[in-house]
Write a protein that binds this ligand. Structure first.
Ligand code: SIN
Length: 295
């Protein structure tokens, strides 16, 4: 589909052919898009939930921040007492989170290393998690490190009626103790009983504020608990919800190239990342679009 924009190169929206995602052609992220193009981009984001922009090499943090602002005001990563063990340890603006396995003087410059990152929603352990995340690939390894996305609108629409009815009004704890690669955040004790998991308690079914569509909102599996449910029943329901949400029918996998920008909607998408050879380098800069309290 091509969206003509007066006085500019038309934007081309090329759906991935999977359950979500589209590549956007005709955008130079260094230049602020004119209002018609910016509107077309926001519409494409609403419709496809994940947008890919190829060939954006050489973007500065300032340009990445300005580009992300097309989709809304920015949200900084939460402060270090919550995210110790996750965050930016190099000299970047507070809006930018470094995701990398690179070490300088024996110290990681970013978060998540080279391991597998489980399915999750970014920062869902806080009360008002970001609406979106924008990940910019500066260096990519020769293999591995692919990122997959799953469409949580579809996951809910295709969930069996009995499970959907059981969790309709439930809330779930989104664990803040572990990162998506399983490392424990500094100063947060190990969770011994999921009923005491630290982190925000969000509705399992949330409403997308821009489209009114409902989506499953699960956040992270480990240490999750459906508030008020007996632990065994909560585990059974969560296993059912997670295996359904991660079903490949709802998933699109992205293989990175340097210069890619991928923007995803945390209100309707979860993502995961493949591991890669730690002897190779992967460097990504991430910004977050500000979100509100899920409802
Ligand atoms: C993230 O979870 O935000 C990072 C995903 C990735 O490294 O591909």
């Amino acid at each position: 589909m091509t969206t003509p924009c007066a006085g500019t190169v038309p934007i081309e929206v090329v759906p991935t052919g999977f359950a979500l995602g589209a590549e956007i052609r005709g955008i130079d992220a260094r230049k602020p898009p004119p209002p018609e193009a910016a509107e077309a981009l926001r519409e494409a984001w609403k419709q496809h939930l994940v947008l890919l922009f190829r060939g954006q090499t050489g973007l500065s943090d300032k340009e990445l921040i300005a580009f992300t602002q097309v989709f809304g005001p920015l949200q900084e990563a939460p402060n270090s007492d919550v995210t110790a063990g996750f965050g930016s340890f190099a000299d970047v603006p507070p809006e930018v989170t470094i995701i990398s396995n690179i070490e300088v003087d024996g110290r990681p410059i970013g978060a998540l290393g080279a391991g597998e990152a489980d399915w999750h929603t970014d920062m869902s352990f806080i009360e008002e998690p970001p609406a979106g995340s924008c990940l910019y690939a500066i260096e990519v390894p020769p293999s591995g490190g692919n990122t997959s996305f799953t469409n949580m609108h579809r996951a809910l629409d295709t969930l069996d009626a009995e499970t959907a009815a059981t969790v309709k009004d439930a809330r779930c704890v989104h664990d803040l103790s572990l990162t998506s690669t399983g490392s424990r955040r500094q100063g947060i004790p190990e969770v011994a009983d999921v009923r005491e998991t630290p982190g925000a308690r969000h509705p399992v079914l949330r409403t997308h504020p821009d489209t009114g569509r409902k989506a499953l909102f699960l956040g992270r599996r480990r240490n999750a608990w459906l508030v008020g449910f007996e632990v065994g029943e909560s585990e059974r329901l969560l296993d059912r919800l997670w295996s359904h949400a991660a079903d490949e029918a709802h998933v699109w996998e992205h293989r990175w190239r340097e210069g890619d920008i991928v923007l995803w909607d945390n209100r309707a998408v979860m993502h995961r990342r493949d591991p890669f050879d730690p002897a190779t380098r992967r460097l990504m800069h991430r910004t977050q679009v500000k979100g509100g309290r899920p409802y």
